[in-house]
Design a protein around this ligand. Structure first.
Ligand SMILES: O=C(CO)[C@H](O)[C@H](O)COP(=O)(O)O
Ligand SMILES: [Fe+2]
Length: 220
């Protein structure tokens, strides 16, 4: 069963709690939360206060995507705020293995993220340590960008390593996901689809999630 993780980056922030509830009712599996610091990426978004504020609204897992410098400094804050999965970029971690274990020691799941231009070899030696691999299908920083098809072959490679070693981490994609690109990613072995603008820009979130599920079911 493919999981769908609406990215609240494209939600209406003036009614954020209501937006989260809306996608939960529409059949979301995770809530994807994009944390940006204006340094690692050219945009500033959500901090632990907002995560804490929406925590009581839903029981869905919070999938927190840290696009920040020195992510190790903020892990505990996001765990206390209610994160269930924290993913860090290989490009912002000098000691990736240490940071992964810092997350896991907090009793939550750890993910690693790769930008579109970062080779998958960067995570090969931590594949047995992680719960999630997040492959960016756009350059991080903004919602509503166009899917980069070159990432499809990276999905294929990560899926091959996962199967060869009988590993259980989830493969997630993020950026430019719509019903068509979702299908292409699932064909290559993706388990979790992050979608921001495709879901939140549709007034009918049930229909948006249903469109993705219908298209990807053609693969399964
Ligand atoms: O991490 C992100 C951007 O850095 C977002 O999760 C992503 O862009 C989702 O937005 P969309 O589905 O509109 O592309
Ligand atoms: Fe994201």
């Amino acid at each position: 069963m493919i999981k769908i993780a609406p990215s609240i980056l494209s939600a209406d922030f003036s009614i954020l709690g209501k937006e989260v509830k809306d996608v939960e009712k529409a059949g979301a599996d995770y809530i994807h939360i994009d944390v940006m610091d204006g340094h690692f990426v050219p945009n500033i978004t959500i901090g632990p206060l907002i995560v804490e504020a929406i925590r009581p609204v839903t029981s869905l897992p919070f999938d927190v995507h840290l696009m920040i410098e020195n992510p190790e400094k903020y892990i505990q804050n996001f765990v206390r705020a209610g994160a269930d999965i924290i993913s860090v970029h290989t490009e912002s971690c000098r000691h990736l293995h240490r940071t992964i274990y810092q997350i896991k020691e907090q009793g939550i799941k750890a993910g690693v993220v790769l930008n579109p231009a970062t080779p998958v070899e960067m995570i090969r030696d931590v594949l047995t340590d992680i719960d999630l691999v997040l492959l960016m299908t756009v350059n991080p920083g903004f919602g509503g960008q166009t899917f980069i098809p070159n990432v499809l072959k990276k999905i294929e490679q990560v899926k091959r390593w996962k199967d060869e070693q009988n590993l259980t981490f989830e493969i997630e994609v993020d950026g430019g996901i719509n019903d068509e690109t979702a299908k292409q990613c699932v064909e290559k072995g993706v388990d979790v689809l992050v979608a921001g603008s495709y879901i939140f820009n549709n007034k009918n979130r049930v229909q948006a999630i249903e469109m993705i599920r219908t298209r990807v079911s053609e693969v399964q």
